[in-house]
Design a protein. Structure first.
Length: 331
């Protein structure tokens, strides 16, 4: 990375900090190592160990895939708007283009807020980071990032780009049929009928929906199916449960993932139990899970959290479509 890009990266980081500090958010600095993690079947982690001096006792530790596990403990105690810019680590990730096993994440939580409040806050952040809009009649090189975000419910996106509504597919067999009709590849040893609902959903989303999302405006893909596990609030519509969640796409690149945070201790306890069971069956790298983590939600406030991939954001702000040119070092 040349000096000009190093300076640009530093200026974006400074603007992000100034934006949140001016709004009264508290900047956090939580650990990168943890004895346990939130179980998430969608990702793999890095494992290491701490060797105690003299005793040589070895304690397993894990690099955090996000600071969420610590941030939520602080929110439970202090109930304050917070943000953090930190290094995060995810194993078995491709290197280059828009992925790296080590990356920078911006995570922020606003109290007494929903995902729609966070959408508006994120629009304000983008307006702060983008150059001024050109005069009328002049081309805008950043129109694909310029707020307001285009709101698109994921059920409508499936109707438009995959030809069917998710609400009409309550069973895995329904999605298996559509996946085959869409011409997606399957193997004789692993036919679609043997796939789980959320795996088929992800296959169709990645291959038939995401590539066709508009690339000339920022797209807020919202209201995800509750059959895909995550710690977001649920609601019922059109005969199906959905999550108050959005992901933001700019120029076809996913930039962020936002929830109206789940606060029900019983639901969080069940999520941990279900995801831990799946991790034990399928994860390449096993990790410890705090079985009592759900207890912090007995005093957890209503809030919304968002996580933005800072390297991807800086790449787009600098006119690039990949992260190689904006990372000082890439594995």
């Amino acid at each position: 990375m040349d000096l000009e890009m190093l300076e640009f990266r530093a200026s974006v980081m400074q603007k992000i900090r100034e934006f949140f500090i001016k709004k009264g958010f508290l900047e956090l600095d939580t650990p990168a190592l943890s004895r346990d993690l939130i179980p998430e079947t969608c990702l793999e982690v890095f494992k290491t160990e701490y060797i105690k001096p003299w005793t040589e006792e070895k304690i397993p530790l894990y690099l955090v895939p996000s600071p969420e596990i610590y941030i939520k403990k602080i929110i439970s105690q202090h109930k304050k708007d917070v943000f953090q810019i930190s290094k995060c680590y995810r194993n078995i990730e491709s290197v280059g283009n828009i992925h790296s096993p080590e990356f920078t994440m911006l995570e922020y939580y606003k109290m007494n807020a929903s995902y729609m409040d966070t959408a508006r806050l994120t629009e304000e952040l983008f307006n702060e980071l983008l150059p001024p809009k050109p005069d009328a009649g002049q081309p805008d090189p950043f129109s694909y990032m310029r707020p307001p975000f285009y709101h698109l419910r994921i059920d409508d996106a499936f109707k438009q780009y995959a030809g069917f509504a998710l609400a009409s597919c309550p069973e895995s067999a329904d999605l298996a049929r559509h996946a085959r009709e869409l011409g997606l590849e399957e193997s004789k040893d692993n036919p679609f009928e043997s796939w789980a609902w959320d795996d088929l959903y992800e296959l169709i989303l990645v291959h038939c929906v995401e590539p066709h999302l508009p690339k000339d405006v920022p797209v807020m893909l919202m209201d995800y199916p509750a059959k895909v596990p995550c710690l977001a609030q649920e609601f019922y519509k059109n005969g199906m449960y959905w999550k108050e969640r959005f992901e933001l796409y700019c120029a076809g690149i996913e930039l962020c993932n936002c929830y109206s945070e789940e606060t029900d201790p019983k639901k969080i306890k069940k999520y941990f139990e279900d995801e831990s069971e799946q991790k034990k069956k399928f994860a390449r790298i096993q990790h410890e899970t705090d079985e009592n983590y759900w207890k912090i939600f007995e005093s957890f406030p209503k809030c919304s959290g968002n996580a933005i991939g800072v390297d991807r954001l800086i790449a787009l702000l600098s006119g690039h479509k990949t992260i190689e040119s904006v990372l000082p070092f890439l594995l």
